[in-house]
Design a protein around this ligand. Structure first.
Ligand SMILES: C[S@@+](CC[C@H](N)C(=O)[O-])C[C@H]1O[C@@H](n2cnc3c(N)ncnc32)[C@H](O)[C@@H]1O
Length: 332
């Protein structure tokens, strides 16, 4: 079954026929999210054939990942992966033999891949030891090969054979150089293989904007700023479309906003605060140690969230936008 071109009618033919392009973007000074679409970058001469990998974040000051905090909203967090996999399934022409989940996190969704494709070898890769410990604890039967590696360092050839499906869900926003890595990952796919990614695109939403604003008024604003800007490594949907169309014949890119309803009992912490504590607030939590300084930041931020996302009888509506992108390589 062929993939549609979705909303890509605006991409001119010349972009579809260009050789693979690589982004030589200085992520330190400008975020890709703010930098405009690929066509603008092309016109400004900012797309090049450089294959240089970016640096890894070995000196990250982020707080570690807490599988428990992250999984507090497992239903909402799992939905985009399920939607992405439904699209992957529709794109496949044969049962996959090797499936890789890059940034597998606590592993529940990786294990679901073994249910979906029981004949496949499934590899879960993540840079976080905490997440992998949780993942292994869920996998007593050893159905998944768990590997600790960063996306920046991972080499698709290390799996010992071509990859039929490379899925990466809610991870590449933490990998600011991912636009440079995607071509290598797509090149490592088997004929007819599928690359599928999902990234949040809600960095302008009140949840993240207010976090940045509170951080900008903080006495340690300069220390807090890089971590929060780094989480904005997400590009425009058109950028993913243009990049993937240079790499594979069948591409589908779309953006969705989920109207998430989070439970919000009286006297309980605001649920959006609890949500971001598991993800986007980690750069702040890593810099402000537990104690009065962190408490003041959280109180100020939580008060802003109460106004932006009011509690209602049914809970709090937390709209959440996400970008999905798929590319299928030429079949055998
Ligand atoms: C938001 S969680 C998503 C986990 C899982 N894919 C899911 O959908 O529930 C992001 C995951 O990306 C991992 N991660 C962040 N940066 C990474 C990197 N540079 N290389 C590999 N994994 C990374 C984190 O450790 C974390 O487990």
């Amino acid at each position: 079954m062929g993939l549609g071109y979705g909303n890509l009618v605006a991409i001119p033919h010349v972009l579809r026929t260009m050789p693979p392009v690589y982004f030589a973007h200085d992520y330190k000074t400008t975020t890709l999210h703010e930098s405009g679409v690929a066509m603008d970058m092309w016109e400004r001469g900012e797309l090049t054939n450089r294959r240089t990998k970016g640096p890894t974040w070995t000196h990250s000051t982020d707080a570690g990942w807490s599988p428990e905090q992250y999984q507090r909203f497992a239903d909402h967090r799992g939905r985009p992966m399920r939607d992405l996999l439904a699209r992957v399934e529709a794109a496949l022409t044969a049962d996959p033999r090797v499936v890789v989940d890059l940034g597998c996190g606590p592993g529940d969704q990786t294990l679901a891949l073994t249910d979906r494709w029981p004949g496949a070898r499934v590899v879960g890769i993540d840079s976080s030891a905490e997440m992998l410990t949780k993942a292994r604890s869920l996998d007593a039967a050893g159905r998944v090969e768990w590997v600790q590696a960063s996306a920046e360092e991972w080499d698709p050839r290390s799996t010992g054979g071509p990859v039929d499906i490379l899925v990466t869900n809610a991870t590449l926003q933490w990998v600011p150089t991912h636009l440079r890595l995607v071509p290598e990952w797509v090149a490592g796919l088997a004929p007819g293989g599928v690359f599928a990614m999902q990234v949040p695109s809600n960095f302008a939403a009140p949840s993240h904007r207010l976090m940045r604003e509170v951080a900008s008024r903080h006495p340690r604003a300069e220390q807090l700023r890089p971590g929060l800007a780094r989480a904005e490594a997400v590009a425009q949907p058109e950028t993913y479309a243009a990049l993937l169309l240079g790499l594979a014949p069948d591409v589908d890119v779309w953006e969705t906003t989920y109207q998430q309803v989070l439970p919000a009992g009286d006297g309980e912490p605001h649920p959006v605060l609890e949500w971001v504590k598991g993800t986007g607030l980690r750069p702040v939590l890593g810099i402000l140690p537990e104690g009065p300084e962190r408490d003041t930041f959280i109180e100020t931020y939580a008060a802003e969230l109460e106004r932006a996302y009011p509690r209602r009888p049914f809970g709090v509506i937390f709209p959440f936008s996400r970008i999905f992108a798929l590319a299928r390589t030429q079949g055998a």
